[in-house]
Ligand binder design. Structure first.
Ligand code: NDP
Length: 259
């Protein structure tokens, strides 16, 4: 397994849950990134308090305002990140922000299908487009041609709830809009891997496990995996990814998840 050497990373939905855990782990690495961009909807608000505390201790942490369903907000975030990076590129884009609605097959709605798809699927598409120039720059500035997360990568936080072959936790909740949005995110990941390979950008979909966050606990059960264990596992997986892994769907322990 290679060592993760990340010059810069942007995490969406970074103010709580898995996103905040990722930020903490990046800051605590023996070789921390030069820049950790933590994107959230309301950087100055109460919900970003933990990020603000971290930023006061870590000068390499930059909090970026980002609403992933708003194209103007995405463009402004890409411009801001570009300014911070000066002439260098962005190594890792982690599309982590997501929402879930508990709706069943019988009571799913147009509004919720649309909102969940826009956030979980269209957001990662638009972020990939907006940050591609910076990801390309990172790939061009990195030695060798082999794909890796230390060169340039897009990580899409998916879910095995979106697996068509093995729809995780169906008996705990149907969450139709959520499952459909993640199945579509998996296809987006495959498309990105095909389109961005020529630019040196690796793309994978990850299932983080069933994790102890607001979303993970929303159905009233205690999930088995802590944020720390999930994030630690995923970073290990990221450090092991190479050329052959682009366009795949893996879980936090590195196992292949069936599409
Ligand atoms: P949480 O509900 O704890 O956190 C979700 C994060 O996404 C928050 O930071 C939230 O910001 C942000 N977010 C939601 N909508 C938007 C938006 N429109 N624009 C910007 N940010 C937004 O979720 P988790 O940490 O549990 O989940 C993170 C990812 O992991 C998600 O993609 C989820 O689908 C996936 N996942 C989680 C599992 C689990 O068991 N927890 C299992 C499988 C996948 P705000 O505070 O402003 O609402």
């Amino acid at each position: 397994m290679g060592e993760l050497r990340i010059h810069s990373v942007l995490v969406t939905g970074a103010n709580r849950g898995i996103g905040l855990g990722l930020v903490r782990h990046f800051l605590g690495m023996p070789n921390p990134p030069k820049w950790v961009f933590a994107a959230c909807r309301d950087p100055k608000g109460q919900r970003a308090q933990e990020l603000q505390n971290l930023a006061s201790k870590h000068p390499n942490l930059v909090i970026i305002p980002l609403e992933v369903t708003d194209t103007a907000s995405i463009k402004a975030a890409a411009d801001r990140v570009g300014e911070h990076l000066g002439g260098s590129g962005l190594t890792l884009l982690i599309n982590n922000a997501g929402i879930a609605k508990p709706n069943s097959l019988d009571n799913e709605t147009l509004e919720d299908m649309t909102e969940v798809y826009t956030t979980n699927t269209v957001g990662p598409l638009l972020l990939g487009q907006a940050f591609l120039p910076l990801l390309k720059k990172a790939a061009q500035g990195s030695p060798g041609s082999a794909l890796s997360c230390s060169k340039a990568a897009i990580i899409n936080m998916s879910s095995s709830a979106g697996s068509i072959e093995d729809p995780y936790l169906w008996n705990y909740g149907q969450a139709v809009s959520y499952r459909c949005s993640k199945a579509a995110l998996n296809m987006l990941t495959k498309c990105q891997s095909l389109g961005y390979r020529q630019h040196g950008v690796l793309c994978v979909a990850l299932h983080p496990g069933w994790v102890q966050t607001d979303m993970g606990a929303s159905a009233g059960h205690t999930p088995p995996v802590t944020v720390d264990a999930s994030v630690g596992g995923m970073l290990k997986v990221l450090s092991s990814l190479s050329e052959k892994d682009t366009g795949t769907f893996l879980d936090w322990e590195g196992k292949v998840v069936p599409w």
